[in-house]
Design a protein around this ligand. Sequence first.
Ligand code: SAH
Length: 399
Amino acid sequence: MTGYPLLLDITHRRVVVVGGGQVAARRAQGLVDAGAEVVVVAPEVVDELRVDGVVVVERGFAPTDLDGAWLAVACTDVEAVNAAVAEAARARQIFCVRADAAAEGTARTPAVARLGEVTVAVNGGDDPGRARALRDAVAAALEAGDLPVRAHRRTAGGSVALVGGGPGDPELITVRGRRVVADADVVVVDRLAPRQLLDGLPDDVEVIDCGKSAHRHNLTQDEINAVLVARARAGLRVVRLKGGDPFVFGRGGEEWLACLAAGVPVTVVPGISSALAAPALAGIPLTHRGVAADFTVVSGHLDPGRPAEEGVDWPGLAANAGTLVILMAMDRLGLIADALIANGRPAGTPAAVVHRAASEEERVVRARLDGIDAAAREAGVGAPAVVVVGAVVDVLGGR
Ligand code: SAH
């Protein structure tokens, strides 16, 4: 059968389901969800059929049950009853779906996925397994933003989503992050975000690039906040795509407050912070039984000579035995190592620099704490990098 695909509007239209088992329950639920007036005819029915929106007639099927129906669904486990339903439907020129033998009916139910305003319906040539597999594959690709379509229509009024892109590899963003990016009208992107995702965006998506090099940002934070608010106020879906997690040294909190102050709806999609991803990818567990039971993530961008109340409490961190994870440390790594040693961390504590984790340029340098700065310089490894200090650096034996 070639068949003619249709999407039926069955709102408030009577559909008769014959059968009282699990198959009938699934079909009835789908029909209720689509707004149909569902009548189930069967001598006995499972509890799942005793739900709002379903009228149960507890007896055997009679052809006149189909009077006034728009569609019949035969799903008993008795072939003769299903055949009788199909025959009664034919006599009344009503389409009939047969769950037991699709080819014996006059209509087929496809495998369905719904995403936003998109409905995917697949017929697998009467092979339901094939239909479901293809439906699942299309739904997953849509959900992940792998297909060049947007599943969600623009709603009235714009919005801002602060999306954590993970450490840089496009595979390390979350499924939700990926979908939100795929649905964006505007993407305001950072240097360390997974920029490869931009290649897949439709041509009409505006891309605003906020940072091309470490020390030269082409937009100030105030300008970024202003752009987010202005585009959202123009009714656009704005995605602020950032490296790692938006709320870990990402200034996401400031952007959140700017949106709030402007009355612009704002949401956050968490991301895998480089503080977690870089050590993991370098084979360094941040905690390990018997070695370290805690870790601290700090920024190394301030001079470690400053008093604790102005920056990081290096003396306190030096005295603690836990793992240290330091971001933005490469400009002052020597000073930081000295401060830690001066305040009590043993000079021989294992340390590592993980440069550009999750990218093809990823490099890992390991050395004692007192030699880590020199080792990184010698290897030509600078920012962006995550520095890890603690016995965990060597616990898996290095990579
Ligand atoms: N919000 C980000 C951090 C932004 S601060 C996050 O959660 O990861 C920028 C610093 O993050 C860099 O200086 C560097 O220390 C670190 N960083 C970000 N991505 C990195 C990567 N792929 N490899 C190593 N370090 C990275």
